[in-house]
Design a protein around this ligand. Structure first.
Ligand code: ZN
Length: 107
């Protein structure tokens, strides 16, 4: 059986071939990885990129600081908020997540 997913940009239902009609974007690679519970390499690299930027920012102020995902996550949330709110960036492009199945749509 083919699971149907929600578009991470517009939250509309993707087609059975994992295509978003309104965004005109194909999510078949992302859907195949979601079925295996993982992100594609390019999205893992994007997450690492953001986390590394946040870690380096922290190190600007606290050079001795260690990798701590709570601190990095706090900086990341603030950074992503600014990029979305003031620069029109998309959260999914900045810090992608697994596709959400159809049944998580709230009625
Ligand atoms: Zn869409």
């Amino acid at each position: 059986m083919t699971e149907k997913f929600i578009c991470p940009y517009c939250e509309r239902l993707l087609t059975e071939k994992h295509y978003c009609v309104s965004c005109k974007k194909d999510f078949s690679i992302e859907a195949a990885h979601t079925n295996e519970g993982t992100l594609p390499d390019y999205q893992i690299a994007q997450q690492d990129y953001i986390d590394n930027v946040c870690f380096h920012l922290l190190k600007e102020f606290i050079p001795t600081s260690n990798w701590d995902i709570r601190q990095i996550g706090t900086i990341r949330d603030a950074l992503i908020n600014v990029l979305i709110k003031f620069h029109g960036k998309k959260e999914y492009d900045l810090y992608p997540w697994l596709l959400e199945p159809e049944d998580t749509i709230s009625m």
